[in-house]
Write a new protein. Structure first.
Lengths: 366, 150
């Protein structure tokens, strides 16, 4: 009798303990994946650093990233391009030639998408297009539409951010050239919280294959992804808790311009997209994180936009004191501009390759 | 049926198992508290307990100390052994869940026996788990047969 009793007790203890652990596991999974509990998960080493290349300057930005080739533009020498083969580590300097340099350039930006490259300045507004064979570009768009930022999608289509004239708010759109130019604005994407200019500021993105576009707000915990026509809009919350942009704006009545009063709270600082993953750099700390880490590394949070989940986070360590000032992902590889160097990382298996998106699944014959 | 010598031997087995457990728990809890910040962070980054890291970090070493005390006292030993069995079952379940159902496997579970691999860890846990069951059965046996054999 006593013996039977003890077996029941033993079994009960074991079953209860297992049950408790499973419940803890399931509820923790739920909280971390879906809720804005703002707790990061750091799996060991999602990226492994392969090598660094010293660039000599910190003024480079990623102008294009192909399978093995990265093109770096330089903000202080706008017509200078650095071409690096990531497999062989060969670097080549490229001098870009424009048919007309007699323009009031203010904000020149280079984007390379072989076999084309673009030199854009939305403040004139002027866009040059040329071939990557001879690196000579001629005018492609003149005075058709102003834009503040741009992202080349294909040889004739550009994803732009511009000021909408009637509402005086910032809007995303597409600039397209067929027989003639067309500008298609999509004011439904950016949602105004304060003034519709500063509060909606953020980062324009696209996947390397240009099938999906993105926009990440600087000052709130949200990002959007759209198809290549800016349709099928999806909104997703980041793990951060700042829903409303915390910025103060001073209106300067006379000149009809406005300025930010105090430094804003930046929720998302940098971002990039690859397949169905959204990578966002953030300087905001979650639970169980040491403040000191921000001095030595940048935190990258990885989301899956197709199933609207937060996946994991990892650190990109600084070389000196400067933060990562640009990064991009393509073909299982991450390139980051840190201080005066280009750092090349590889994703370990399972971190960016096991959930291919849409058509890519078909290509690989899954 | 049971000789006095036999009973004594069985008593020794229970004593020995409890002693091993006291050693294990005191060692495990102390090593966690020695580097508490590290333990808390590791728990927070472990894929299962992320959301509960703060209170679990306190609860685990506390429970281990408490069980060490309860196991060393004869009056509380029987109940303590059941709690020990429960705790060991939870630890083992945790490892199995991490290995099989989690998105990734953390570097180490922190604190105790950091150098053990996951499989060794399971074997180690199961060994202790079996010990606790033996102790419970022995103690039940011992106390139920006691009136008969004396």
């Amino acid at each position: 009798m006593m013996l039977n009793n003890v077996y029941i007790k033993l079994l009960g203890t074991i079953v209860m303990s297992i049950g408790l652990m499973v419940i803890l596991f399931l509820s923790s999974e739920e909280q971390v994946h879906r809720n804005n509990a703002f707790i990061r998960r750091f799996p060991p080493h999602p990226v492994i650093k392969e090598y660094d290349i010293d660039l000599g300057f910190n003024s480079y930005y990623v102008a294009g990233l192909g399978k093995d080739m990265v093109y770096l533009g330089n903000s202080t020498a706008p017509l200078h391009l650095l071409k690096i083969n990531l497999a062989t580590r060969d670097t080549a300097h490229v001098k870009l030639k424009l048919s007309n340099t007699d323009l009031p350039f203010k904000n020149v930006h280079v984007q390379v998408q072989p076999p084309f490259f673009f030199v854009l300045d939305g403040s004139i507004p002027y866009i040059f297009r040329g071939s990557t064979n001879n690196w000579v570009a001629g005018p492609w768009m003149r005075n058709e539409a102003y834009f503040t930022k741009s992202l080349v999608l294909d040889s004739n289509r550009i994803y732009i951010k511009t000021m909408q004239n009637d509402t005086r708010t910032v809007t995303l759109g597409l600039l397209e050239k067929r027989d003639h130019f067309s500008v298609e604005l999509h004011p439904e994407i950016l949602q105004r919280q304060i003034d519709g200019v500063f509060d909606v500021d953020g980062i324009m993105l696209t996947t390397p294959d240009k099938t999906r576009l993105g926009y990440v707000y600087f000052y709130r915990n949200q990002f959007m992804t759209m198809d290549s026509r800016l349709k099928t809009l999806k909104r997703q919350q980041t793990i951060d808790t700042v829903k409303k942009a915390r910025i103060e704006i001073a209106q300067l009545d006379r000149s009809k311009t406005s300025k930010m009063k105090s430094p804003p709270l930046v929720v998302n600082t940098k971002a990039t997209m690859y397949k169905n993953f959204m990578f966002i750099a953030s300087d905001r700390l979650g639970k169980n994180e040491n403040r000191e880490i921000l001095k030595v590394a940048s935190i990258i949070d990885v989301y899956n936009w197709s199933d609207a989940t937060y996946r994991y986070s990892f650190y990109l360590y600084h070389m000196g004191k400067e933060k990562v000032h640009g990064f991009s992902v393509n073909d299982g590889r991450l390139v980051a501009l840190i201080d005066n160097a280009l750092s090349v990382y590889n994703f370990r298996e399972g971190f960016v390759d096991h959930t291919p998106y849409g058509e890519q699944e078909n290509i690989t014959g899954q | 049926m049971y000789s006095v010598k036999n009973i004594k031997a069985k008593g020794v087995i229970v004593e020995l198992i409890c002693f091993l457990y006291v050693l294990l728990f005191v060692y495990a809890a102390t090593s966690k508290l020695m580097d508490f910040e590290q333990f808390r962070v590791q728990l927070g980054q472990s894929p299962i307990l992320t959301a509960y890291a703060n209170w679990v970090a306190w609860l685990v070493p506390l429970a281990e100390y408490m069980l060490a005390i309860l196991l060393s006292m004869k009056s509380t030993r029987y109940k303590a052994l059941f709690m020990t069995l429960g705790l060991m079952t939870m630890f083992t379940t945790y490892i199995i869940l991490v290995l099989n159902f989690s998105d990734y496997i953390p570097c180490s579970c922190g604190g105790v026996l950091e150098d053990l691999g996951w499989t060794e860890h399971i074997v180690f846990n199961l060994f202790f788990w079996v010990l606790s069951i033996i102790a419970i059965l022995q103690l039940t046996n011992y106390s139920t047969r006691k009136p008969i054999s004396i």
